[in-house]
Design a protein around this ligand. Structure first.
Ligand SMILES: Nc1ncnc2c1ncn2[C@@H]1O[C@H](COP(=O)(O)OP(=O)(O)OP(=O)(O)O)[C@@H](O)[C@H]1O
Length: 254
C-alpha cells in the first residue's frame, strides 16, 4: 500500500478546474518532484493534500486513512507537514522559538501540566528545547538560535522554514518552491540540504520547484501538471526527454 494515495482528485473554482482528475501516489522514503508551468495547479494540489481545500471530487489517503474532510491541523497531526511559497515564519520570534512552535503539538499530552506549570511541564519543555537545538545544529542554525527570524539572511530563513516543518516529525514533507528567490550559491546549499534530510530522516518528500536542475538532481520520480491535469510521470531522465513536457514548457513560458 502506498503511503499517500491520491485518487481522481479534482478542485474546481467556479468554472476553472485548477486540479483535474489527478491520480498519484507516494511510497515511503521517496523523494518525488511536482513540476509544471505557472498556474498548472501545483500549489492547489498541495492545498488539497494538506486539507487547506476540500476536494470537489476524489480522495486522499494517508496510510489507508481517508483525509477528505479533515481539518489542516488534524492532517498535520497525522504526519503531513509543509513549507510555503512565501516564507511564513514568525518574524519577531527567535529562530529557536520558531522551531519550538513547530514542536508545540507534540507537547499536547502535557497541556494540563503546561497550563498549571507543573514540574512535568518544565521537564518536557527542557527536552523540547534540547531537541530543537539538535535539529538546528543539523542545519547549521544553532549559532543563530537567539536571533530574530526576520534578521536572518533570506536563504537561512528558507532553511529555518524547513527545520520548523521537520520539527513536527512528519511522515511526509511537502516543499513548495524552496529555492524561490535564492541565489545560485543558496540553491546549491539547499540541494545538499534536501539530500541530507532524505538520508538522515525517516521521511518522504514531495517537492514543487521551478529550478529544473534542482528537481532533476534530487528527485527519484517526477509528476508533471499542465492546466490541472497530469501530463507525464517518470524518472528525471524520462521527463527531460518527454516531448509532451517540452511542449508544455515551451508553450507556457517560451
Ligand atoms: N482560491 C482560488 N480561487 C480561484 N482560482 C484559484 C484559486 N487558487 C488557485 N486558483 C487558480 O488555479 C490555477 C492553478 O493555480 P496554482 O497556484 O495551483 O498553480 P501553480 O502551478 O502552483 O502556479 P505557480 O507555479 O505560478 O505557483 C490558476 O489558474 C489559479 O489562478
Amino acid at each position: 500500500m502506498a503511503l499517500l494515495d491520491v485518487k481522481n482528485l479534482t478542485k474546481n473554482f467556479g468554472g476553472l478546474t485548477a486540479v483535474g482528475d489527478v491520480t498519484m501516489h507516494l511510497d515511503k522514503g521517496e523523494l518525488v518532484g511536482l513540476i509544471g508551468p505557472n498556474g498548472a495547479g501545483k500549489t492547489t494540489l498541495f492545498n488539497l493534500l494538506t486539507g487547506v481545500y476540500e476536494p470537489s471530487e476524489g480522495s486522499v489517503s494517508l496510510d489507508g486513512t481517508l483525509l477528505n474532510g479533515k481539518k489542516p491541523y488534524k492532517i498535520a497531526s497525522l504526519g503531513l507537514s509543509r513549507t510555503f511559497q512565501n516564507i511564513r515564519l514568525f518574524k519577531d520570534m527567535t529562530v529557536l522559538e520558531n522551531v519550538l512552535v513547530g514542536m508545540a503539538n507534540q507537547n499536547n499530552p502535557h497541556l494540563l501540566a503546561s497550563f498549571l506549570r507543573l514540574p512535568k511541564f518544565y521537564h518536557s519543555e527542557a527536552k523540547l528545547r534540547q531537541k530543537a537545538m539538535e535539529l538546528l545544529a543539523i542545519f547549521d542554525l544553532d549559532g543563530d538560535a537567539e536571533t530574530l527570524a526576520k534578521n536572518l539572511p533570506y536563504g537561512q530563513q528558507r532553511r529555518l522554514e524547513i527545520v520548523r516543518a521537520l520539527a513536527t516529525e512528519p511522515k511526509i514533507l511537502f516543499l513548495d518552491e524552496p529555492a524561490a528567490g535564492m541565489n545560485p550559491q543558496e540553491t546549491a546549499e539547499l540541494t545538499q540540504l534536501i539530500r541530507r534530510i532524505k538520508e538522515e530522516f525517516d521521511i518522504t518528500i514531495m517537492l514543487i520547484e521551478h529550478d529544473m536542475s534542482l528537481v532533476m538532481e534530487v528527485t527519484e520520480r517526477i509528476y508533471v501538471l499542465e492546466y490541472g491535469r497530469l501530463i507525464a510521470h517518470g524518472t528525471p531522465d524520462e521527463i527531460k526527454t518527454n516531448q509532451r513536457v517540452i511542449e508544455a514548457y515551451l508553450g507556457g513560458e517560451g
